[in-house]
Design a protein around this ligand. Structure first.
Ligand code: SAH
Length: 206
């Protein structure tokens, strides 16, 4: 399977609709983020182990979530669960030079993995800040965020994430086996939609 075949497959599945996301999938090479022993599987439409019981996400899920997130150039994005850094790099590419990505990861070795993977993409590296810590409480010092995205599944969307979101901003995050989209309409009003049928690693608190 080649990168082009993966992009074509995701396009025909209807999840690579957004032009910017499609371009990001081409520029940011998943092969640069998988462990060396999985290099041949880099363009398979599946999650792959990255150690510590974690995985680099399935391309289908990442494309689906990034399409929903609707990242604009200049956005200030919070990512919870950097893992391999693949989605961090995609986000950094999408926000562009004027944007900012703060990525939280609770496993220190994966923070290091993300840092070394991102170093292959100097522009992404400059735009993103990697933080070792628990993202279940968000990251107040970088708030407010235009967009918040999580790669690990919570039992419910933490209130802190909603508080740290800008009015007009959007959260795309897994809750149990669904992907939930939350739009902040006003200081205390939110609109929610839900997409069923996904599988995620759990969000671990603390
Ligand atoms: N999009 C990433 C997916 C990584 S899997 C990729 O494609 O590589 C989800 C990640 O969330 C794991 O690395 C896990 O360690 C992390 N995680 C789980 N709970 C967390 C928490 N409370 N705070 C920060 N990271 C968390």
């Amino acid at each position: 399977m080649t990168k082009k075949q993966l992009v074509d497959e995701l396009t025909s599945q209807g999840v690579l609709k957004n032009r910017a996301v499609k371009k990001a999938f081409i520029v940011i090479d998943r092969a640069d983020f998988v462990l060396p022993q999985y290099l041949e599987a880099a363009y398979f439409n599946r999650p792959l182990p990255i150690g510590f019981g974690q995985t680099i996400s399935q391309p289908y899920t990442v494309a689906f979530m990034l399409d929903l997130l609707d990242v604009k150039k200049g956005d200030n994005v919070l990512e919870i669960g950097a893992g391999s850094g693949w989605q961090t790099a995609l986000l950094a590419y999408l926000v562009g030079r004027q944007g900012r990505v703060i990525a939280l990861e609770r496993i220190p070795e994966l923070v290091e993995l993300t840092k070394s993977n991102l170093a292959q993409y100097p522009i992404c590296y400059r735009t993103s800040t990697l933080i070792h810590g628990d993202g279940s409480l968000g990251y107040p010092s970088g708030a407010p965020y235009g967009k918040i995205i999580a790669a690990a599944s919570a039992q419910a969307i933490p209130e802190q994430w909603k508080e740290q979101l800008k009015i007009g901003g959007r959260i795309v995050a897994p809750v149990k086996d669904s992907i939930v989209v939350i739009d902040k309409i006003s200081r205390d009003q939110y609109q929610q939609t839900e997409h069923w049928g996904f599988v995620f690693v759990p969000l671990i608190k603390g």
